[in-house]
Design a protein around this ligand. Structure first.
Ligand code: ADE
Length: 282
């Protein structure tokens, strides 16, 4: 996948791109990341990228010209893209392998399903917003999606772009050593796809939060690992993990329980957990 990051802080990405999975994916050619300094696409002495908002109000707005010029250089403006690869509307309908994404607090909220969709692309352009906002013509005519990484306001889109890059890269086949591990973690639906080949792969989270993990030592300063994990009974381990995932999800993200297709077994486990909770409350 080719990724283009459009930003006024190109240095910002030095850290995120240079460690772990992202670094390895870049080195092995799975992702080709290019960072573009928006100020290189200005024409005045001060390399101005922002201006005051029409209609008045607080703060500054990122100007459209440098962003359009940068995307022109990348061959990703609507006119070029329409001729060669389809309109932004087509891209938005998922009928293109390319996407121009504007990072903003007003965007569709990123989740694992959107990350999986983006991981299918051949090319992704991430435009990092700044200041009070970005001239709306960028969202209207240049980007085919607007994405937010969560319901809070960042001071800019750079952190959001780094997050998207991270979650998408680790879903590209070959980026993470053990592919099964990305399929059974939190928020990944489809436990049934995972198969049934031992404890490490029998417990797909299926839209729940991931189950707890432990490693050696089994006894660390008197804090012991749950006995069931040390005993090696695969069926018991599977059940313990499912129960723990349900328990953690109920505690931290009860909204996910409602959105998850639960099996008969799950309902029994939930009833058990509820029962234990009410005993603890007494
Ligand atoms: N820019 C400001 N807030 C943001 C958010 N929550 N996600 C992505 N970009 C942003």
């Amino acid at each position: 996948m080719r990724v283009d990051l459009v930003t006024i802080f190109p240095e910002f990405f030095r850290g995120p791109l240079d460690f772990g999975i992202l670094r390895r994916a870049r080195q092995s050619g799975l992702v080709d990341v290019n960072v573009h300094d928006l100020r290189d696409y200005t024409h005045d002495k001060h390399r101005t990228v922002d201006d005051r908002p029409f209609g008045g109000g607080e703060g500054m707005v990122l100007k459209p010209e440098p962003i359009f010029e940068c995307l022109e250089r990348l061959g990703m403006t609507p006119a070029q893209a329409e001729l060669e690869r389809g309109t932004p509307a087509l891209r938005a309908r998922g009928e293109s392998k390319e996407s121009v994404i504007l990072l903003s607090a007003q965007g569709r909220r990123l989740d694992q399903a959107l990350a999986a969709e983006l991981a299918q692309l051949d090319r992704m352009v991430l435009i990092c917003g700044r200041y009070e906002g970005v001239d709306e013509r960028v969202s209207e005519h240049l980007a085919d999606r607007e994405v937010s990484i969560g319901d809070y306001v960042l001071s800019g889109g750079e952190l959001g772009a780094a997050v998207i890059l991270d979650v998408v890269t680790r879903l590209i086949p070959g980026a993470v050593g053990n592919e099964a591990s990305t399929r059974q973690e939190s928020f990944t639906a489809g436990a049934e796809e995972i198969g049934d080949s031992g404890p490490s792969s029998t417990c797909g989270s299926g839209g729940l939060l991931d189950y707890p993990h432990y490693t050696r030592p089994a006894d660390f300063r008197g804090m012991t690992v749950p006995e069931v994990l040390v005993n090696g009974n695969h069926e018991e381990i599977r059940r313990w993990r499912r129960r723990s995932a349900l328990e953690k999800t109920m505690r931290n993200r009860p909204d996910l329980i409602d959105a998850t297709a639960l099996s008969e077994d799950d309902r029994e486990l939930l009833a058990e957990i509820e029962g234990q909770r009410s005993v603890q409350r007494k």
